[in-house]
Design a protein around this ligand. Structure first.
Ligand code: CS2
Ligand code: MG
Length: 407
């Protein structure tokens, strides 16, 4: 089975997605997600200008060799653009191999280690009543584990969520799309004072059993994160996510010394190298990388195997900016690996599902990739062509004095 074509599909059904479509000389089609939120066209160019020409004529079955060829062969290592491009190739090749085998992809990864994939959903509110309503709405949709994000008194936007309402109501703020990055204001002390009161109220309302998660979105220093983790201990979080900008891996030692709140890190990481200290020293509990951003199934499986030696589990990144192709890739891994933890799930819009037809399901809190041979996702190219790319940026964050801060 030789690779005959490698097409890059850029489409925007509600938000921008980049997809690699690999076709073979025997008429099969495999898909890989190459979406890098806010920097989409850089990956599209990396694929069509630099990687695509290398793929034509290659044996589509040689997944490991192709991965190494693209990784080592480029000379330049790692980085989100490179690793998203390699991930797209890798996932498309796994999709093809599983189609040839006539099996859902998870069967090639060792088969199912569980019957369903526990998912968590997002709840957020500008104030407490809105947040409690949002949690109830998620429960009604079937979620049994909930990420809780809250507005902070004095700050206008709820931070770290994809389509925060635009306080200025300015043009271009539609479905989270911005022709220029919008700017948000941040106050660390106000956040640190407020957040424990939110979790106290949520626990009082929903009782001790509901698994609750929280995302700090890289906004704290190690000592601030240590303080927050300690303050949240009475509310028994499932995890505290991205408490610091964790490329300072050593900084996590400080956090860990002070709190038993479980830590999840890694949605912005794209290589096992980013995790070396974190995993070896057991400074985290959950690995958060997305299949899309960290080199695909081949690389993620190795990462999870390393994590497993240290009793660290998976928590694959699954926001709406991962396409259904990337989501499906994560689900096949989730089902197969032993050290699965939890899967983030933000259902996509109806427009997105019109373009990406998928076999995965969500029922009673659990996801399943389905039994369709391969990845179980196809792209309707006619539908994709109807949704033209529009530039979009993530917001930028500033402290009250105007200093740029982590978003
Ligand atoms: C978030 C993401 O899902 C999460 O945990 O941190 O929504 C993140 O902000 C986006 O994926 C950025 O593209
Ligand atoms: Mg996050």
């Amino acid at each position: 089975m030789r690779i005959a074509g490698a097409d890059v599909i850029v489409t925007s059904p509600g938000r921008n997605f980049v997809t690699l479509e690999i076709t073979t000389d025997d008429g099969l089609t495999g898909y890989g997600d190459a979406t890098l939120n806010g920097r989409e066209l850089a990956v599209a160019s990396y694929l069509s200008d630099h990687v695509g020409p290398l793929l034509i004529g290659r044996d589509a079955h040689r997944i490991e060799d192709t991965w190494q060829y693209l990784h080592r062969g480029a000379y330049w290592r790692r980085g989100p653009v490179t690793m998203a491009a390699i991930a797209a190739v890798d996932v498309a090749l796994w999709d093809l191999k599983a189609q040839v085998a006539g099996l859902p992809l998870y069967q090639l990864l060792g088969g199912a280690s569980r019957t369903g994939i526990r998912a968590y959903g997002h709840a957020s509110g500008r104030d407490l009543p809105e947040l409690l309503d949002s949690i109830r709405a998620r429960q009604e949709q079937g979620f049994r584990s909930i990420r809780v994000q809250s507005g902070v008194p004095g700050l206008e936007t709820i931070y770290g969520i994809s389509a925060a309402p635009d306080p200025a109501g300015g043009p271009g703020r539609e479905n989270g799309r911005h022709p220029q990055p919008s700017e948000e204001t941040w106050d660390t002390q106000a956040y640190l004072r407020h957040l424990p009161t939110v979790f106290e109220a949520v626990r009082n309302e929903f009782g001790p059993e509901l698994p609750l998660l929280h995302d700090v979105h890289h906004r704290l220093t190690p000592i601030q994160a240590a303080k927050l983790g300690k303050a949240l201990e009475p509310y028994d979080l499932f995890w505290l996510e991205d408490c610091t900008p964790a490329e300072n891996q050593d900084g996590l030692r400080l956090v860990r010394q002070h709190t038993t709140t479980p830590l999840a890190i890694g949605e912005v990481f794209n290589s096992v190298v980013d995790y070396q200290t974190l995993i070896r020293e057991q400074l985290i509990d959950y690995v958060r990388s997305a299949v899309t951003h960290a080199g695909g199934i081949t690389a993620m499986r190795k990462l999870f195997d390393l994590a497993a030696q240290y009793q660290i589990k998976s928590g694959i990144h699954g926001p709406a900016d991962i396409s259904p192709v990337g989501m499906a890739a994560g689900l096949h891994l989730d089902l197969a690996i032993h050290n699965f933890g939890i899967q983030e799930f933000m259902p996509h819009s109806a427009e997105t599902y019109e373009v990406f037809r998928h076999s995965y399901t969500f029922r009673d809190g659990y996801l399943h990739p389905g039994e369709t041979p391969g990845l179980g996702v196809t792209v309707d190219r006619a539908a994709a062509a109807r949704f033209e790319y529009r530039p979009a940026y993530l917001p930028v964050n500033r402290l009250r004095d105007g200093t740029v801060h982590d978003w």
